[in-house]
Design a protein around this ligand. Sequence first.
Ligand code: HEC
Ligand code: HEC
Ligand code: HEC
Ligand code: HEC
Length: 195
Amino acid sequence: MRRSIRTLTIVTSAIIAFAAFYGIRQDAQIIPKTAEPAKQGMPEVIILAKDSKFGTVTFNHVKHNSGEYTVDGPIRCTECHHVSQPASEVAKHPPLKTVWPADRKTTLTMELFSTDPKGAAVAKCHDCHARKGETPKLLPAIPELKDPGSTTITTLTNQLAFHQACDSCHFQIKINRPDSKVPDATVCTSCHKRS
Ligand code: HEC
Ligand code: HEC
Ligand code: HEC
Ligand code: HEC
């Protein structure tokens, strides 16, 4: 019973979303392109490591999430935004277990974000993975993980969390596609540029 009500709600909101999208699409012929609903609030290029002595990192967010850059297929939002999925999904990818907001029911996708950017509730990595010595905005402390098979605790500062997220994928791509232009984790200047 619950299930069918939920299905109905999903179908209904899909129709409303389609109608809203279609309506705005027609308007888009006369309004600037940047006002397209799908792009609202979606950062295209993000300058990271703003305060790093190694230099800033220019990250092309849209090339990474629009299907232009691929792994086996398009890169899913949750590859990076790991807290933006329900707890039951995240539990399939240990050591991950945290979701945000805590009662999250939706998985972040381009479709979800396009129809309801606010409801998609995207939290910044920095709001949890703060710089060393700083208190994150969304958590009482910077997340920690116990290394498997040892007692070592790793504090997932911005530096560690971003490096791990970016490098693990680039490394895998380099193995499968030696001619790709992915940055090399050991060549700091392949990402960090001093202007
Ligand atoms: C390859 C990694 C990666 C993928 C894939 C990715 N993102 Fe992001 N996204 C980031 C990073 C990094 C930031 C910047 C976070 C920060 O500043 O702490 C970000 C920021 C954002 C922001 C801005 C948040 C804010 O409040 O400033 C939104 C919205 C967003 N992403 C949506 C998406 C959606 C929707 C998808 C899938 C279609 C997606 N992202 C896929 C890495 C990614
Ligand atoms: C709401 C807080 C929160 C946000 C937002 C967040 N993380 Fe995390 N992250 C965590 C926590 C907590 C852990 C430890 C594992 C767990 O509890 O799920 C973690 C773990 C990780 C890990 C280690 C995973 C592993 O397999 O060892 C990486 C890498 C990571 N986060 C990168 C990111 C990136 C990149 C972003 C942004 C696109 C991000 N995180 C956004 C809280 C967050
Ligand atoms: C899930 C896979 C994946 C993740 C995660 C990922 N990348 Fe990439 N990255 C790619 C692919 C694929 C390419 C393009 C390779 C090609 O065109 O040959 C790429 C290319 C790049 C490039 C070179 C081209 C350009 O756009 O300037 C930079 C720089 C880069 N990534 C930065 C980052 C940063 C910073 C992060 C972490 C916040 C990140 N990437 C996370 C898959 C990924
Ligand atoms: C795949 C791209 C990439 C490569 C390669 C890379 N980094 Fe980073 N680095 C980042 C990103 C993204 C951040 C997180 C920036 C942020 O917090 O905004 C970061 C953060 C850092 C920070 C912390 C900055 C701060 O002030 O908070 C240091 C230090 C750092 N990197 C050093 C290095 C060194 C040394 C190397 C080479 C061994 C290296 N990085 C290679 C992308 C990269």
